[in-house]
Design a protein around this ligand. Structure first.
Ligand SMILES: Nc1ncnc2c1ncn2[C@@H]1O[C@H](COP(=O)(O)OP(=O)(O)OP(=O)(O)O)[C@@H](O)[C@H]1O
Length: 238
């Protein structure tokens, strides 16, 4: 399976954000998306997930040579600030989510098993989401995609809110999930990117480019990335 991003263009009034972004992402890999503040990482995710319309280009899903337009349901999108129904408990929400998706999901675990997997304690799963920490809300969002298993999972600065233990658990989970999915996450944490990613993709001047794989594990990694992202024309629009 491959996600083929072809010449995506997106602008807001006069502000050109994506200017012909192209890249091919493959199943079985974790991709780190790097780019300076305001360069358009979230915009790219919004375009791929169908939340924003494109001004040009397209995104295609290639499954064993059968190519089609990417659909909203192909994407699991983990937001940096998850929006969840705060008036439900985590357990009620997951139960509700399974109920409304029951035609689409193959339940290979029961609800408590999913919570166990996410290391959300018995007590916490029956508390209102309203009282959950940012990290716990992210975990609930991840849980949704463990259930529906969309082929592509986009994570917008996900692991930043987790403490070291939870971040490690999540990293292990992403590593386990990657054989069945295309995982793309945006981050500013270079250590995380070099730890977790199989490939790094840089968004700069509205275009995507690959970071040579040998840089990823080199001693000069950090400096090389900084050099790549250094751009005299960079304007932080955010
Ligand atoms: N709905 C919108 N309307 C107008 N401008 C927008 C909209 N969404 C994003 N932008 C602008 O597009 C540019 C890219 O924003 P985006 O949030 O995609 O950047 P980012 O790379 O995710 O930034 P950060 O790393 O700071 O999260 C910014 O200049 C932003 O102000």
């Amino acid at each position: 399976m491959r996600l083929v991003v072809e010449d995506i263009v997106k602008q807001f009034d006069e502000k050109k954000v994506l200017q012909g972004a192209s890249f091919t992402f493959e199943k079985g890999k974790i991709y780190g998306l790097l780019g300076r503040n305001g360069v358009g990482k979230t915009t790219l995710f919004n375009c791929l997930s169908g939340e924003m319309s494109l001004d040009g280009g397209r995104a295609l899903l290639d499954e064993n040579g059968v190519v089609r337009e990417l659909k909203h349901e192909d994407i699991g999108y983990v937001y940096s600030l998850p929006i969840l129904p705060e008036f439900l408990t985590g357990y009620e929400f997951i139960k509700f989510f399974i109920d409304i998706n029951k035609d689409k999901v193959q339940m290979d675990r029961n609800i408590d098993d999913y919570f166990d997997l996410m290391t959300i304690t018995g007590e916490d799963r029956h508390r209102l989401i309203k009282g959950y920490s940012h990290g716990m809300k992210n975990k609930i969002q991840m849980l949704l995609f463990l259930i529906t298993k969309p082929p592509i999972i986009l994570l917008d600065e996900p692991l930043t809110s987790f403490d070291v233990i939870v971040a490690l658990e999540m990293k292990n989970m992403l590593r386990e999930m990657k054989s069945e999915h295309i995982l793309i996450f945006s981050t500013h944490i270079l250590q995380l990117a070099s730890d977790l990613c199989d490939e790094l993709v840089v968004l700069n001047n509205g275009k995507l480019s690959s970071v040579p794989i040998d840089l990823l594990h080199s001693a000069e990694f950090e400096q090389s990335i900084i050099n790549l992202l250094k751009d005299e024309n960079h304007v932080d629009h955010s």
